[in-house]
Every structure is written in C-alpha cells, then in structure tokens.
Ligand binder design. Structure first.
Ligand SMILES: CC(C)(COP(=O)(O)OP(=O)(O)OC[C@H]1O[C@@H](n2cnc3c(N)ncnc32)[C@H](O)[C@@H]1OP(=O)(O)O)[C@@H](O)C(=O)NCCC(=O)NCCS
Length: 290
C-alpha cells in the first residue's frame, strides 16, 4: 500500500505518543518538540493550541497506521514539531517530506521564522535540518523536568519578599525583567501580555521593587523563571520559583512541568537541582528564515 501524507486525526494519538516517547528515551533521537511522555501531556498541549491540531500537524500513513509525524505549532511564532519517523520506515524520505510540509505550513501563514530544537546528540536530525537551510541559534539549553512528587519546597530566605499574580498594570515591570533575564526572541511581548491577562505570571517584589517572575504556560506546561541581577545569589530566585510551583500544583495536582535555561548557567542549575528539578534534555536551538 502507498504511503499517504495527511492531516493529523485524533485516532493517531496512540501512534504519536509512541513516537514521542521513543525519541525522548534516546539521546541521538531527541527533539525539542514534541516532548510528550504521557497521554495527558499530549492531550493538554493539543487542546491548548487554540486551533484544530489538524490545521498544522501531519502524519504519514502506511498499512493503515500513522508511521511518521511532523508539522508546526503556531503560538508566539512557529515551532517545528518532529519530524518523527518509526524506525522501520526510515530512509524512505518520510522525514524530508514532513519537514518540507512543515516549512510550507509556516510559509502559508506568512511567518518570518521557523524555530526548531534538537537534542545536542541528534546528528541525523541536525543533518536533516541543516540541509533544509536551518541554522543553529544561541547556546545549548538544558531542559529540566519538574515532577510534583520530586519537588523540594524552599523556605522564604528573608522577610519582605512578597509575590502575587501580575496584573495588566504590571506589564512594563514584567517586560523589564524579561528583557534583563531572557535571550531576545525567547517569547514575544504580546505573549507576555496575554499570559498576564490569563493570570499565568507571578511577580515577586521586595520593598516595592519587582525582583523576579515565574510564568507557567498551561498548554505546553512550560515554566519561565527570571530573577533581576540585583536579587540574585540571595536565595530569592529559588524561593519564588518554589512558591509559584507549589501554588500551581495546589490548583492542578500532579501536573509535570518543564523549564529551559542556558546549560552554561551554573547558578540556575544549582537552584533547580536543589529543589529536585531533574535535567532532562540538552537542546540546540535552530532557526529557518522563511
Ligand atoms: C531524522 C529522521 C526524522 C529521518 O527520517 P527519515 O524518513 O529516515 O529521513 P529521510 O529518508 O527523509 O532522509 C532525509 C535526510 O535525513 C538525514 N538523515 C537522517 N537520519 C540520518 C542518519 N542517521 N545519518 C545520516 N543522515 C541522516 C540525511 O541528511 C537524509 O538526507 P539524504 O537522503 O539526502 O542523505 C528519523 O531518523 C527520526 O525519526 N529520528 C528520530 C527523531 C529525529 O531526529 N527527528 C528529526 C527532527 S529534525
């Protein structure tokens, strides 16, 4: 039977999860997206897209089964998903076709950039991306997995640090911390405004000055954590993160989260490990100018 490239359908869910878990389990196959380890994570991310998954996700079907998967996610720019090809079906240009289809999906939407990320040891994926014109961007990133049961809460380092959900009036203060803490292009101003409106950004203050923030995106379960230079090395950053995570899990018990930080940021890695966050993947980011 011929292979058939078509839109994602909900019946592909099991095959997709198996492909994602396989890639996650092998350094040489890791991708930055998807990072689905459970059905629950896959369902949450697809439900949170804000559009039909079939609009931007593609599968290749053969023998009545989804054997390869790819596409893009459009949220604050476009990010490549996969491609992931079941081992038995590799070497038949399925990966390349899905990558081409993904680039086309981004072009159709008149986007300027397509972002991608790959495990630092994924040589096959890198060759595939570079042949399609993608270029590495920025330093290696560590992705930490945050499991509620493994989290060790941190006590308040000093009186006078308070935190609350950021409100619309805090936008400029939040953006100032973002500009100081995150690499340009990490996340757009518009997405921070939306996250504030959705009450996903917690702002910490000391003596009335904003000193740190934590944002948790509901759909892809990604955590952003930023601490101003003035507040670093005083136990504040770890505490603010810990408090935000515990608060998040009070409302949504059991939800695994993830956080990305430059692998070379030793201070961040110490904070995260101390509270039980587990380094999970090492990623190289890529970009394709469209
Ligand atoms: C990488 C992957 C998607 C390739 O799928 P595939 O269908 O076998 O790839 P194709 O047949 O379309 O080959 C396309 C190109 O991939 C590259 N490639 C893929 N795997 C490779 C490997 N192990 N060694 C060398 N080159 C490789 C080659 O550049 C090849 O180009 P060529 O045919 O001109 O030599 C597949 O091996 C896979 O699912 N790997 C795990 C997940 C992953 O790495 N995804 C890539 C994300 S960008």
């Amino acid at each position: 039977m011929d292979a058939n490239l078509r839109s994602y359908e909900s019946r592909d869910r099991g095959a997709l999860l198996a492909l994602s878990r396989r890639a996650l389990a092998r350094e040489e196959e890791q991708v930055g997206a998807p990072l689905w380890a459970s059905e629950e994570e896959l369902d949450a991310e697809l439900a949170g897209l804000g559009y039909r998954p079939a609009d931007t996700l593609r599968v290749i079907e053969e023998e009545g089964e989804a054997v390869a998967f790819g596409g893009i996610v459009v949220a604050d720019g476009a990010t490549l998903m996969g491609p992931l090809v079941a081992p038995r079906f590799r070497g038949r240009a399925f990966g390349r076709s899905l990558l081409e289809a993904s680039i086309e999906l981004a072009r159709e939407r008149r986007l300027e950039l397509l972002a991608a990320s790959l495990g630092a040891h994924n040589i096959g994926g890198r060759l595939l991306l570079e042949r399609a014109g993608f270029r590495p961007s920025g330093a290696l990133q560590a992705v930490y997995r945050i499991l509620p049961d493994a989290h060790r809460a941190i006590g308040q380092p000093s009186e006078g640090v308070t935190s609350r959900m950021a409100e619309t009036a805090d936008v400029e203060r939040v953006l100032a911390i973002c500009n100081e803490c995150f690499a340009p292009g990490t996340s757009s101003e518009e997405s921070w405004r939306q996250a504030i409106e959705r009450r996903q950004v917690r702002l910490a203050e000391q003596a009335g000055e904003p000193i740190a923030l934590v944002r948790v995106d509901l759909a892809n379960r990604r955590v952003f954590h930023g601490v101003t230079a003035a507040a670093r090395a005083r136990g504040i950053g770890g505490y603010v993160l810990s408090e935000a995570l515990e608060e998040y899990w009070r409302l949504r018990p059991g939800t695994p989260l993830r956080l990305m930080a430059p692998a070379a940021n030793v201070a961040a890695s110490r904070i995260y490990r101390r509270q039980g966050l587990v380094p999970w993947l090492l990623l190289q980011l890529f970009e394709l100018a469209l």
